[in-house]
Design a protein around this ligand. Structure first.
Ligand code: FAD
Length: 485
C-alpha cells in the first residue's frame, strides 16, 4: 500500500506542548482522518519537557501538584479527553471533609461551607453566625434574587458586578477572597464577562446570579456530579500528559520536539516559514497551517513581523505571576489541619500567602499514611517577582507558624514559581480578543489557541485544543481565514 503522505502531505506545526498543544495534536489525528487529508503534525516545545503548566512532583511517596490539581467536573471536555486516553476509571474528586474550607478573617479561621454554595452567599445566615457578615450585610446579599438585572450590555468590572448584585460586604468578606484565584486583589480591573462569564450569564438568563447558581447545582445533582467540583487522575495530573505523549509517540506522521523554541513565524507564498532555535542552532520549517498555543505575549513576539496590529492586540493580554510550595509534615506535628480542607484570606489579613489547602486530606493518596501535605499559594505579582524561591518558602513557613501554629520543621518543601503564570482578563479583554480575531482572519492557515483568549482553566485549554484541531484540519483540507479558538 502506498503512503498517502508520499504525494503532497500538508504540514501542520503546533507551537507549544502544554495541554492545549498536545490535545490539538491528539485530536488532529481523528480530525484529519475524518476530512481525508494527509498531513504531518509537528509539535514544537521550548522547554525540555512537555506539559507546560502541568507539573506533578513525586517524592518520598507524596504526590505534589505545582500546577493544576484538577479540572472542573461540570464541563464535559476533561472527562471526554480522559475517557479517550483510557483514564476514565482513574479519576477522583477531593474528599468531602467535615469543616470544609475557611476564610481567614480578623485573625481567625471561619468555616464557610455552611454558608456558601460554590462561591455565592446563598445561605448568609450561617455567615453571620461565623462573624463573616453583619446582619445588614447578610440581608443585602439575600436581596440578590429580587434585584432587577442590568439591561445595558456595557462591560462591568468583576468587583462592580458582584457588589451590585450582593452588596459591598459580601464582596469584600466572602466573594473577593473566594475568587482570589482569578481576581487576586484585582476585582476592579478584571472584566466580569471575560473573567466570570458563567456568573454574568446567570444574571442575563435568570435575572439573578444566585437563582442561576441554584439551577446549575440542581442540574449537577441530577447528573450525580454535585459533589464533584474538581476531578483529577488518582496518580496526579501529569498522567494526562504522559498518556497524550504515549499516544502521539505511537502515531505515524507525528513528531514531538522539545528544547526547541519558535523564534519567528513568517509568511511564504504557500503558507509559513517557522524559524526555530534549538541545540542544533536555527532551523526553518515549512508549514501550511500553524497552530500557536503559546501564551498571547509570546505569540505576539513570534508574529510581530507577520502582522504588527495582531501582535499589538495579543500583547494587550496581561499576565500575572504566582508560586505554589507544598510542605510535608509528620501528621502529629500538624494537628491543626485535621479539621477542614484549607483556607482563603481576607484582603486585610497580613502575610504573603493568599490561600492554603491541605492536600493530604483533600486528595486520596497524595501523602503516605501518618503524614500531612500543606500547599501554599502566593499570587501577588509583586511578591513573587521580587522574592527568591527561598524567600517565598520562608513566607509559606511563616504563614504555617503564625496561622496554623505548627512549629515543627517540614520534612521537605517542593513547588515552584510560574512567571508569568496565568492570563488576567482585564477590562477590554473581549474587545482585544475580537481585534485579534479580525486580524487573524486575514492570515490564511493561522490558528491561535490556548487559555489567553476564551477561558483560563484546564477544561478551557482542552476545549481550545479540540477546536484548534478541527480548524487546522479544515484549513489543511481547503485553506481559509485564520481563527482564534
Ligand atoms: C499554579 C497553577 C495552578 C493551576 N491550577 C489549576 C487548576 O487546579 N485547575 C484548572 O483548571 N486550571 C488550573 N491552572 C491553569 C491551567 O494550568 C492552565 O489553564 C493550562 O495548563 C494551560 O495550558 P496551555 O497548554 O494552554 O498553556 P501552557 O501550559 O502555558 O503551555 C504553553 C506551552 O508553550 C510553550 N512555549 C511558549 N513559547 C514557546 C515558543 N516560542 N516556542 C515553543 N514553545 C513555546 C511553553 O513552554 C509551554 O509549555 C493552574 C495554573 C497554575 C499556574
Amino acid at each position: 500500500m502506498t503512503d498517502p503522505l508520499a504525494s503532497d502531505p500538508r504540514q501542520i506545526v503546533i507551537v507549544g506542548g502544554g495541554i492545549t498543544g498536545l490535545t490539538a495534536a491528539f485530536r488532529l489525528i481523528d480530525s484529519l482522518s475524518e476530512t481525508g487529508v494527509a498531513a504531518t503534525i509537528t509539535v514544537i516545545e521550548r522547554d525540555d519537557r512537555l506539559g507546560g503548566k502541568f507539573f506533578t512532583i513525586r517524592r518520598e511517596g507524596f504526590i505534589i501538584e505545582a500546577g493544576p490539581e484538577g479540572f472542573v467536573a461540570a464541563a464535559p471536555e476533561g472527562y471526554e479527553l480522559c475517557a479517550d486516553l483510557g483514564l476514565a476509571d482513574q479519576l477522583q474528586s477531593p474528599k468531602r471533609v467535615h469543616g470544609g474550607s475557611s476564610i481567614l478573617f480578623k485573625g481567625k479561621l471561619r468555616p464557610i461551607t455552611q454558608g456558601v454554595t460554590d462561591i455565592l452567599p446563598l445561605r448568609p445566615g450561617a455567615l453571620v453566625a461565623e462573624g463573616i457578615l453583619s446582619p445588614s450585610g447578610a440581608l443585602r446579599a439575600m436581596l440578590e434574587p429580587f434585584l432587577p438585572p442590568r439591561k445595558d450590555g456595557s462591560e462591568e468590572s468583576l468587583g462592580a458586578f458582584l457588589r451590585r448584585r450582593f452588596g459591598d460586604e459580601a464582596w469584600w468578606n466572602v466573594l473577593e477572597p473566594l475568587l482570589g484565584g482569578i481576581a487576586g486583589g484585582e476585582g476592579d480591573t478584571l472584566s466580569a464577562p471575560a473573567a466570570a462569564p458563567g456568573l454574568v450569564a446567570f444574571e442575563r438568563q435568570f435575572g439573578s446570579v444566585s437563582v442561576g447558581a441554584r439551577k446549575q447545582k440542581a442540574r449537577l445533582e441530577e447528573l450525580g456530579k454535585a459533589d464533584a467540583t474538581l476531578v483529577a487522575p488518582r496518580e496526579g495530573m501529569d498522567v494526562i500528559i504522559t498518556r497524550l505523549v504515549a499516544r502521539l509517540s505511537d502515531a505515524p506522521h507525528v513528531t514531538l520536539r522539545t528544547g526547541v523554541a519558535v523564534e519567528e513565524i513568517a509568511r511564504t507564498p504557500r503558507g509559513f516559514d517557522v524559524v526555530t532555535r534549538g541545540p542544533a542552532g536555527f532551523e526553518r520549517l515549512s508549514a501550511d497551517v500553524v497552530v500557536v498555543t503559546a501564551p498571547a505575549f509570546e505569540a505576539a513576539e513570534r508574529l510581530r513581523q507577520l502582522d504588527a496590529p495582531l501582535a499589538e492586540a495579543l500583547a494587550g493580554v496581561r499576565f500575572r505571576s504566582m508560586a505554589t510550595f507544598s510542605f510535608a509534615f509528620r501528621a502529629e506535628d500538624a494537628p491543626k489541619i485535621l479539621a477542614g480542607t484549607g483556607y482563603v484570606k481576607h484582603s486585610r489579613e497580613r502575610g504573603a500567602v493568599n490561600s492554603m489547602t491541605w492536600d493530604s486530606i483533600r486528595w486520596e493518596g497524595h501523602a503516605p499514611e501518618g503524614y500531612a501535605l500543606l500547599r501554599a499559594f502566593l499570587s501577588d505579582d509583586q511578591v513573587v517577582e521580587h522574592s527568591s524561591d527561598d524567600e517565598l518558602i520562608a513566607f509559606g513557613l511563616e504563614e504555617i507558624r503564625n496561622v496554623l501554629r505548627i512549629s515543627a520543621d517540614p520534612i521537605f518543601v517542593a513547588g515552584r514559581r510560574w512567571s508569568p503564570a496565568l492570563p488576567r482578563y482585564t477590562l477590554g479583554h473581549l474587545e482585544r480578543v475580537a481585534a485579534a480575531e479580525r486580524r487573524a482572519a486575514a492570515i490564511p492557515g493561522l490558528v491561535l489557541a490556548g487559555t489567553s483568549y476564551n477561558g483560563r482553566g484546564v477544561v478551557d485549554a482542552i476545549r481550545s485544543g479540540t477546536e484548534a484541531a478541527k480548524a487546522a484540519a479544515a484549513l489543511a483540507a481547503a485553506g481559509g481565514p485564520g481563527v482564534v479558538v
